[in-house]
Design a protein around this ligand. Structure first.
Ligand SMILES: *[C@@H]1O[C@H](CO)[C@@H](O)[C@H](O)[C@H]1NC(C)=O
Ligand SMILES: *[C@@H]1O[C@H](CO)[C@@H](O)[C@H](O)[C@H]1NC(C)=O
Length: 353
């Protein structure tokens, strides 16, 4: 039954379609990437108040230092860090798991590099490489394609309208498009600890009716199928509704259009031998070693003794939390459209927040 809200969403869709009539750059042509992966790629809207944009991976490495669990610099770590040597960090800290790419600057001072690259009017985020497109081929043009988006900084939002919490350095988020015989069927939208899966057919599209719209939440970069406000509780804590909100908006509110195809490297991934293997889609073109890194892409959670840290409401959250792991840790080989994390996998056929 169409509610008032869904009529509004349809109006939003028309506006989105109109604004996309101009401006987008041509899709890249990459050997080894089927045309349908490009044709059905997401288009993102970044919130009009966003301050932390898609970020160049190498620039992030240029501004961080690998540290251990005790906030000490790791002796012998490769220097300078690059996309072709980051995997060497797996030799430290329990197979890399306890390695933290730690900001060289005090991030409370908002250094330039954590702000990333705002997309220009063509939808391209400068020359930043901020996306790893990862294709997991299941044969017969059945394929899961991950668009893994990178941001150097996550602004965590405001808890109970009062406390800014959950900020961290480094942020990996993703859409996954499931293709069956070269046709998109479902799309996964990552949101904090989990996310949502929608049937491709019901998603908002650009004017060609092929590329679906991904609304990116202000600061947290959680991904949503509709613009508006979204309740999200703090993962693992059952605090009820309205405690922490995500906000997304569209072109009529001033959201910035971002075409992730313009800022991407392209890969295939296989784990059929039990050894996770990333391969450049076009042989030798894109570095793969950084994708093998098993550690964290940001600072470890600061201790309470650190003056930048603030404990929120007796520890329900902290102003600064630890940085995330990379694309390899996002269950690239999955049976369901959702990751297998104990939550039910709901395949939604009605669009909504
Ligand atoms: C968006 O994020 C910025 C900080 O990154 C914050 O100052 C602003 O209030 C946020 N706006 C909304 C609507 O959450
Ligand atoms: C690869 O396969 C092994 C063995 O089944 C499994 O333990 C590991 O988690 C898989 N890794 C990835 C990244 O899929």
């Amino acid at each position: 039954m169409p509610s008032g809200k869904s009529i509004l969403w349809h109006a939003g869709l028309l506006v989105a379609g109109a604004s996309l009539a101009s401006g987008l750059l041509e899709k890249p042509k990459v050997q080894g990437v089927p045309q349908y992966v490009m044709d059905y790629a997401p288009l993102c809207y970044l919130h009009h108040q966003e301050l932390y944009f898609p970020s160049d991976l190498q620039k992030h490495l240029d501004n961080t230092t690998p540290k251990d669990d005790n906030f000490n610099k790791i002796d012998g770590a490769p220097s300078p860090l690059s996309l072709t040597n980051l995997n060497k960090l797996n030799d430290y800290g329990d197979g890399g798991k306890n390695v933290w790419l730690t900001a060289n600057d005090d991030i409370t001072k908002d250094p330039e590099w954590i702000k990333g690259a705002a997309p220009d009017c063509d939808g391209k985020a400068s020359d930043a490489i901020a996306v790893a497109v990862i294709m997991v081929d299941k044969g017969d043009d059945n394929m899961d394609v991950f668009f893994q988006y990178f941001y150097s900084y996550n602004w965590g939002g405001v808890v109970l309208k009062a406390f800014n919490a959950g900020n961290h350095v480094g942020d990996w988020e993703q859409n996954m498009i499931r293709f069956e015989k070269g046709k998109p069927t479902y799309v996964w939208y990552s949101q904090h600890g989990n996310g949502q899966a929608f049937a491709y057919d019901i998603l908002e599209k650009d004017k060609d009716g092929q590329r679906f719209i991904n609304y990116v939440a202000n600061g947290s970069h959680a991904n949503y199928a509709v613009s508006g406000s979204h309740d999200h509780t703090i993962p693992e804590l059952n605090l009820g509704k309205g405690i922490l909100m995500d906000y997304t908006d569209g072109p009529k509110d001033g959201a910035k259009l971002w075409d992730p195809l313009q800022n991407a490297y392209f890969y295939t991934f296989s784990n059929s031998t039990g050894k996770p293997t990333f391969t450049s889609a076009e042989p030798g073109k894109y570095p793969t070693e950084y994708l093998d890194y098993l550690g964290k892409w940001g600072d470890k959670q600061y201790p309470k003794s650190d003056k930048r840290q603030q404990e929120i409401l007796g520890g329900i959250s902290y102003k600064f939390v630890g940085g995330p792991t990379g694309p390899i840790d996002k269950q690239l080989v999955r049976k369901d459209v959702c990751p297998d994390n104990g939550n039910p996998c709901i395949l939604r056929h009605i669009i909504g927040p």
